[in-house]
Design a protein around this ligand. Structure first.
Ligand code: ADP
Ligand code: ZN
Ligand code: ZN
Length: 785
């Protein structure tokens, strides 16, 4: 039986009730929050989602947290005299709306992460710290401005004319509009009462306004398939539903999203929409496409908010406030935008839903696509996910009837899918040696690829070359097979990669030797001259984007080349600039890693070359085939978007691999059917659900002891609960050691996610904090190294 607690708090103030507060620390022990008394003066403010300061522990240290729920009575077992009171409630704009609190609880439970940490992720630090918040004066014309006796100077008159009687504008903007160079005239008008003022708290960190010239065509006539898609998707508006828009690259999916949003907003101008896109495709052009469609609603305010990781703290805060205040009704953003505090949410779109960047690789390890589905369910609105290469998880859901599938089988009028040809690299090597036995050079480009590249460039076309590996060579070895020395990282069980200095690429005579780097722990050292075991000169095997660049420079000295990979592009800004340069024809060949495979819509691309399809095919991960198919399909999708037909050359040592066949035939359905069967037989996702727990420690025995304890606790939980969960006993991770830490894993398979949840929750209750520096739980893992 609950009972009433004390009526008065420590300082004599009446108590209006109680609240559960999640303190913002990694505390896992108090999952439901800690109980505090709510002083009467805070009764209205201390709603769920609001940020509060509470006394914590023996010393009553002031600690921040979130109100989880309110209670009028104190629960059993708590002594009213011992319940402390909330100290302070923060501004509403610094907290979370109530519906997000429910989502947070789900994320914490599903991804096995302390609730406080989930809340921290949901509310950006910039919002909490109120970064960039300042007071600004807004002005408008008063009724007195109409007074006929008013004597004004010419400039004053211009200012009055520029001011609106209904709309408040910043002082600065009015000065600019009227051409006033100093603040004096406006101040004088305020003093006279001709202008009235209002103070507002704002964050002065607007983003650059979108480049309207990049909006793209607004009045294209939809193809019948697009029209059907819009109609079908529009029918799902108003209730929870998930649709998968499966459209080949360049089939006009974005146009379908835009029309759907337009329909929604015509029916309900207050409707909130979230559009998720992979971080890398969040270019100014993409944003302009969304922003421009809704400009007709209001010339003054841009109804689109943007959220991505490249923003300053103040910019993020500014965007957040616009969303929270209801000014922005459409949020376009990367992964974390799934938590945007938009009200009256009526639609979520997840573009390129297969993209691995939707999964966060640190706590909370959430998948934005899956969180989007949950959020839509809570809000009672539909989700539309789109892709040319749906994740097998999504496709399987569509096959099971959980998602509705809507297809766009053709490209937009005028564009055709490119013709794909495969080059067998083993045969190519043999043939080349036969044709020119004296040629000792390494050739990463086959003669066919060289030939087609020359033709594309001669015809004034552009080309895209993909190699999903950075650096120059990834295999540094002793030439003497009896010695067998291989350059490995001292801190990881991985091979070191040789990076040539960028200057040496441009100047072949450069003497700079470059560095050898580990891509996992980032250790670097100079390239050793000789084998440390036997003293022979080291040879460089393997390939990387730098090596392709070098070869292109030798074979196509006239071509303007652009390389895009994590070494050449230091920031999102570098990336957007390079993309822009290629889009505007300032480069002929774009060479890079997977970052070039996404979203690029350049009509003049006539050739796409995949330098090696094998790098991703041989990856030690059960999703290797799926990744390879996606990568090839996406990069091929860059060709043939204009009037010139596109061509794709696929180089591989495994031309008989069925994934390569299907990719060459643009046959997603054939690929998906076969691969789903393979997964089914192996009991792998999506035919099962997977969770992975990794234990790491600098001492191998400790890591092993830790993983064994964990496995025992899990086994006990499975037996006790009697749930159908299969445990794979401890084994070393595919990369056994990273940055001097030994790594072991336990895998959990189940048919239903709920069964995995039960076991993981039990584990959490038994051993308390399970996610710490040594232990990482990953539910629905995407990376498995
Ligand atoms: P996707 O997202 O499927 O790759 P987009 O929506 O970006 O495709 O469309 C590719 C290009 O085709 C864009 O430049 C777009 O403006 C254009 N487009 C879309 N629909 C049509 C249409 N019905 N007719 C002509 N062009 C279209
Ligand atoms: Zn390393
Ligand atoms: Zn040697």
């Amino acid at each position: 039986m609950a009972r009433r607690g004390a009526l008065f708090g420590e300082n004599g103030e009446p108590i209006a009730g109680y609240a559960r507060v999640a303190v913002e620390r990694g505390l896992d022990s108090a999952e439901g929050g800690l109980t505090y008394a709510v002083p009467a003066s805070m009764d209205d403010a201390a709603r769920p989602g609001r940020r509060v300061t509470v006394p914590l522990g023996r010393g009553s240290t002031p600690t921040t947290g979130f109100v989880l729920e309110r209670m009028s009575e104190l629960e059993e077992g708590l002594e009213p005299e011992k319940v402390k009171a909330i100290l302070k409630v923060e501004d509403a704009l610094a907290g979370l709306p109530e519906d997000l609190m429910n989502l947070a609880k789900w994320v914490a439970a599903y991804y096995v992460c302390p609730l406080g940490m989930v809340l921290q992720t949901m509310l950006p630090a910039a919002v909490k710290r109120q970064t960039g918040l300042s007071t600004k004066t807004l002005v408008r014309r008063s009724a007195f401005a109409r007074s006929p006796e008013l004597k004004l100077t010419k400039l004053q008159r211009a200012i009055v004319d520029a001011a609106s009687e209904t709309q408040w504008v910043p002082r600065k903007r009015l000065m600019e509009a009227a051409g006033a160079k100093t603040a004096g005239p406006v101040a004088k008008l305020i003093e006279l009462g001709v202008l009235e003022t209002r103070e507002v708290r704002v964050v002065d960190a607007e983003l650059e306004s979108p480049d309207w010239s990049q909006r793209g065509a607004t009045d294209v006539a939809l193809m019948p398939a697009q029209r059907d898609a819009v109609d079908r998707l529009a029918r799902t508006l108003g209730a929870f539903a998930v649709s998968l828009l499966h459209g080949v690259t360049g089939s006009g999916k974005t146009e379908v999203y835009l029309r759907l949003i337009e329909r929604l907003r015509k029916a309900d101008t207050r409707a909130g929409v979230i559009v998720l896109v992979p971080e890398i495709s969040l270019t100014p052009q993409a944003v302009a496409r969304y922003a421009s469609r809704f400009a007709w609603e209001s010339e003054q305010t841009n109804p689109v908010a943007v959220l991505h990781s490249g923003m300053t703290a103040a910019q993020r805060h500014a965007q957040w406030r616009r969303i929270r205040a209801g000014e922005a009704r459409l949020v376009v953003g990367a992964r974390s935008a799934v938590f945007a505090p938009i009200e009256n949410l009526r639609l979520i779109i997840v573009d390129e839903e297969h993209d691995a960047s939707y999964k966060q690789d640190q706590l909370p390890r959430y998948h934005a696509r899956d969180v989007a589905v949950r959020r839509a369910q809570l809000a009672g609105c539909p989700v539309v996910m789109g892709s040319a290469t749906p994740a097998l998880e999504s496709y399987a859901n569509a096959m099971r009837g959980r998602f509705d599938i809507v297809s766009l089988p053709d490209r937009v009028p005028g564009a055709r899918l490119p013709e794909v040809e495969t080059v067998d690299l083993v045969e190519e090597r043999r043939e080349r040696a036969k044709a020119d036995p004296k040629d000792q050079r390494v050739h990463l480009l086959s003669r066919r690829l060289e030939d087609l590249l020359a033709r594309a460039l001669d015809g004034g076309g552009q080309a895209v070359l993909l190699l999903n590996r950075r650096g120059f060579a990834n295999y540094l070895a002793c030439p003497d097979q009896r010695c067998g020395w291989l350059m490995q990282c001292e801190h990881c069980d991985t091979l070191m990669v040789y990076h040539l200095p960028e200057s040496a690429l441009r100047d072949p005579k450069s003497k700079d030797g470059g560095v050898v780097r580990c891509h996992h722990c980032l250790t670097e050292q100079r390239l050793p001259d000789a084998c440390p075991e036997c003293g022979k000169k080291i040879v460089l095997f393997g390939m990387g984007t730098q090596r392709v660049e070098q070869e292109l420079r030798q074979k196509f000295p006239g071509a303007r080349l652009l390389r895009m990979d994590a070494d050449a592009m230091r920031s999102g800004r570098d990336f957007r600039r390079a993309l822009w340069a290629f889009q505007t024809g300032q480069a002929d060949v774009l060479l890079g890693t997977q970052m070039i495979a996404k979203g690029l819509d350049v009509p003049n691309v006539r050739l796409v070359g995949v330098v090696s399809a094998d790098t991703s095919l041989n990856f030690p991960d059960f999703r290797a085939s799926e990744r390879t198919f996606q990568l090839i399909a996406q990069v091929s999708g860059r060709a043939g978007r204009g009037t010139h037909p596109g061509r794709v050359v696929l180089q591989t040592m495994q031309p008989g691999d069925p994934t390569i066949w299907d990719a060459a035939a643009h046959d997603y359905v054939s690929f998906a059917r076969r691969e789903l069967e393979v997964r089914e037989q192996a009991g792998l996702p999506p035919s099962s659900r997977l969770a992975r727990i990794v234990v790491r420690h600098v001492k191998k025995v400790e890591a092993f002891a830790g993983v064994t304890r964990l496995h025992q606790a899990l086994s006990a939980a499975v037996t006790q609960l009697g749930v159908p969960v299969r445990l794979v006993p401890p084994s070393p991770c595919p990369i056994e050691r990273i940055a001097d830490h030994h790594r072991f894993q336990v895998l959990l398979f189940a048919e239903r996610a709920a069964d995995l949840q039960q076991v993981l929750t039990a584990l959490r209750n038994v051993i308390g904090t399970v996610s710490d520096a040594h232990t990482a739980i990953d539910v629905d893992p995407v990376g498995l190294l």
